[in-house]
Design a binder for this molecule. Structure first.
Ligand SMILES: [Zn+2]
Length: 491
């Protein structure tokens, strides 16, 4: 196979980087892609949402091979450092190389290697007249980073190929062959309230490590909301526990790092509560010391009764039945990994995160973020949590559902990738699934016959101003892509 330099890839990458394209701001990049096609007489489709699909016929000798799609998203997470003067809604990025020449980055902003590099590879293939390939399409989607709107809106009728090369992964040497689907489920509990008099104490759990609810769910992180429930349960104060509210966590997709409960106590109970707290704190610190070295439990006076203060010294607290319901739910609800995958072996398959607990008025809401690469298991786990909610007197609602990409036991595309990788690198790629969403899940839902893989060059610290892309890795991945197209072209 003719060796082909990656110069054109970098040239297209810098053109793309000169176009502002933060999520939601895709007009200019979408027009740029359409112009690219027009100038070269290539057929293209601009979908109403802004997705652009550009087609090129097979090169001679590859006409009978099944078509291939290079797919990536045109938007980027556009972030900048506080002292950066660029207007990222209107101006392009300033590309730089690190001093050692190893990495490409953008001055004081994110780079958009995620996922500009997919477009650059795609355009370089389409523009070349020396690269062998089957019938090829570049599918550039909009707004992946803010809910995968482009993949959601993509019409199956507009795409001919059913072999998808999703170039939206950031680890050279890893090929992804499956991803998690997810949904958000809110469990809501109506609480009854009694009016009592006394003073307020705030019980808090802080300093847990937290993390991403998908990619860090298997890292043994403790959930601060559930730890607070364990603490209160270990205090075992029965009817003395009179909470005004319980709150913790900030995002559905983050493991909470802190949580708090404000309770009302009278002078007779205060001593017993403090003693119970001390004993429970000792017990839990001992249990969680290794897992959460910075965890802290605190009990302190507060005067903030929020909306539950009737007048100073008089508060509306949750009644005992309501407290029991909520605590029982938090003590029993599954958190963390519920199943590991059989194939590829030993990766997270199904999990749940409790992201937020909040009290507002007379309602406590607990948000679950369920994920699985197996659609049925996602539903089963969500159903289990719904059943527990109902046993604890609550109701559920679901939103933000997206499909997973289930591992295919038979995948000619995966086999072809592994073969060309082995030839080029002299070693095996790691074949993995990822416990987070990729556009492939939505694409396969629309076109179930699709065979897909996801790969890409090394890009570090994506979505931050430290984002940088390894130049040699871009070159190797370019060669890998050309070898793969050549192999697929030969059928
Ligand atoms: Zn991406």
């Amino acid at each position: 196979m003719e060796k082909c330099s990656a110069n054109e890839v970098f040239r297209y990458f810098s053109e793309i980087a000169s176009i502002p394209r933060g999520s939601g701001n895709i007009g200019e990049i979408s027009a740029y892609l359409q112009n690219f096609a027009k100038e070269r007489g290539l057929a293209y489709i601009a979908e109403p949402c802004g997705n652009v699909i550009i087609r090129k016929d097979a090169t001679p000798g590859c006409e009978t091979a099944p078509g291939v799609v290079i797919q990536g998203h045109m938007d980027m997470v556009a972030v900048k450092e506080p002292d950066c003067t660029l207007d990222l809604a209107r101006e392009g990025l300033i590309l730089r190389k690190t001093e050692d020449g190893r990495y490409l980055y953008a001055e004081k902003t994110s780079l958009g290697g995620d996922d500009g590099i997919a477009l650059a590879y795609g355009l370089a293939v389409l523009a070349s007249d020396s690269i062998a390939h089957p019938a090829i399409e570049l599918v550039a989607t909009i707004d992946e980073e803010t809910g995968m709107d482009g993949a959601k809106a993509l019409s199956a009728d507009d795409v001919r190929g059913r072999q998808f090369l999703n170039i939206d992964s950031e680890d050279e040497g890893i090929v992804l062959v499956g991803c998690a689907g997810g949904l958000t489920q809110k469990s809501t509990f109506s609480v009854g309230r009694d009016t009592v008099s006394g003073s307020l104490l705030r019980i808090a759990v802080t300093g847990c490590r937290g993390g991403h609810s998908g990619t860090e769910i298997d890292k043994n992180r403790t959930n601060a909301v559930l730890l607070l429930a364990e603490l209160v349960n270990a205090m075992d104060c029965g009817q003395m526990l009179q909470p005004l509210w319980i709150r913790g966590g900030e995002k559905d997709n983050a493991i909470p790092t802190s949580a708090e409960m404000v309770i009302c106590v009278n002078d007779y109970e205060r001593f017993a509560i403090c003693k119970a707290f001390d004993a429970a704190e000792r017990k839990l610190l001992d249990a969680y010391r290794l897992q959460e070295p910075k965890v802290d439990f605190s009990l302190e006076e507060t005067t903030d009764g929020g909306e539950y203060e009737i007048q100073e010294g008089s508060y509306r607290v949750m009644n005992h039945a309501s407290v029991d319901n909520i605590l029982h739910f938090l003590l029993l609800v599954p958190f963390g990994v519920s199943e590991m995958s059989v194939e590829p072996k030993g990766l997270v398959e199904t999990s749940n995160n409790i992201g937020i607990v909040d009290t507002s008025g007379d309602v406590v809401t607990v948000t679950s973020s369920v994920r699985s690469s197996v659609e049925v298991k996602k539903q089963l786990l969500a159903d289990k949590i719904a059943l527990l909610t109902s046993l604890c007197g609550g109701i559920v609602s679901r939103c933000g559902e997206y499909p997973g990409w289930q591992y295919r036991p038979v995948s000619p595309l995966r086999d072809a990738f592994i073969e060309v990788f082995r030839d080029q690198y002299g070693e095996e790629p790691l074949v993995q699934t990822i416990h987070a969403g990729l556009e492939c899940g939505l694409i396969i839902e629309k076109m179930p016959e699709t065979d897909a893989i996801s790969f890409g060059p090394n890009i570090l610290d994506i979505h931050t101003t430290a984002e940088r892309m390894e130049i040699a890795s871009v070159e190797r991945t370019w060669e890998l892509l050309l070898r793969l197209l050549d192999k697929l072209g030969r059928g």
